[in-house]
Design a protein around this ligand. Structure first.
Ligand code: KIV
Length: 286
């Protein structure tokens, strides 16, 4: 999309004010990010979900800063006109405000992203303030927070009781008050998400938090039917690349076994003037 204009926090804020929904997707590599920019995606997230979707880990906890930076660099190169958010991996911001700022800064200095995302509510308010003080755009993430899913008793929807919904509202207000410019809400009932969306002035994005939020995020590997381990309830699959790719690979194997690949059109022949000399030259090797 040659004429695409990259979003800023101001245009994302304007979309909220005007009721235009934000379309947000994860991307981890160059080709996928290029397709997303071509498709007109508003935002990309280089999520630490890359641990599961790219590296085959069971969860996000093993993901390192260096892995995140490498994937952010690839996405940035492919999608220069899309608002890219880098996801801070486990233990890159939990220890201290200072470490959080240094690591958040790496996402901007080394990979050129537009914002960083980190998980947690009231308990990470001082991290959010410290990162904002360094001039970095911050996206909060509350609800189901995969990095601390052990404390939540697993990958479970949040805010399904009045007390838990209230805790989410308190977290959302604390994050907005700290100055974060975006907030992601994961796996929360739409009635709770809708209330928070209306209550906040910053854009509230949903992944599994229903239709009332200011925009939606999906994991690209779910959307295209690539991730096979499990499919959360909130996922909509738009195609099945696993089937397309596996079928193509099976067809290739069959062609190789049958000798139908490569065919004449896939071959490089000797130069026309050189070809007659070849049989003569090989005689001494027979
Ligand atoms: O890493 C990621 O893709 C995320 C989503 C699960 C929200 O943080």
């Amino acid at each position: 999309m040659a004429d695409k204009r990259k979003h800023s926090i101001l245009t994302l804020q304007k979309m909220k004010a005007e009721g235009e929904k934000v379309a947000w997707l994860t991307a981890y590599d160059y080709p996928t990010a290029a397709f997303a920019e071509e498709a007109g995606m508003d935002m990309l997230l280089v999520g630490d979900s890359l641990g599961m979707c790219v590296y085959g880990y069971e969860g996000t906890v093993p993901v390192t800063m260096d892995q995140c930076i490498v994937h952010c660099e690839a996405v940035r190169r492919a999608a220069p006109n899309t608002f890219v958010v880098g996801d801070m991996p486990f233990m890159s911001y939990q220890v201290s405000d200072e470490e959080a700022v240094v690591n958040a800064g790496r996402f901007l200095k080394e990979a050129g992203v537009d914002a960083i995302k980190l998980e947690g509510g009231q308990r990470i308010v001082s991290r959010i303030r410290a990162i904002l003080d360094a001039g970095i755009v911050v996206c909060g993430h509350i609800g189901l927070t995969p990095q601390s899913s052990g404390q939540l008793g697993g990958h479970k929807a949040q805010g399904r009781t009045v007390a838990s919904a209230q805790a989410l509202i308190e977290d959302a207000l604390a994050i907005e008050e700290a100055g974060a410019q975006l907030l992601l809400l994961e796996a929360v009932p739409p009635e709770v998400a809708g209330f928070i969306t209306r209550r906040l002035s910053i854009p509230l994005l949903s992944i599994g938090a229903g239709y009332e939020c200011d925009g939606q995020l999906l994991i690209v590997s779910d959307l295209i039917g690539q991730f096979q381990a499990f499919t959360p309830k909130f996922v909509k699959k738009y195609c099945n690349v696993a089937e397309v790719i596996t079928d193509a690979m099976k067809a290739y194997i069959a062609d190789v076994k049958a000798g139908t690949f490569p065919a004449e059109e896939h071959c490089y022949h000797m130069l026309k003037d050189e070809a007659p000399g070849f049989p003569e030259m090989t005689k001494k090797y027979e």
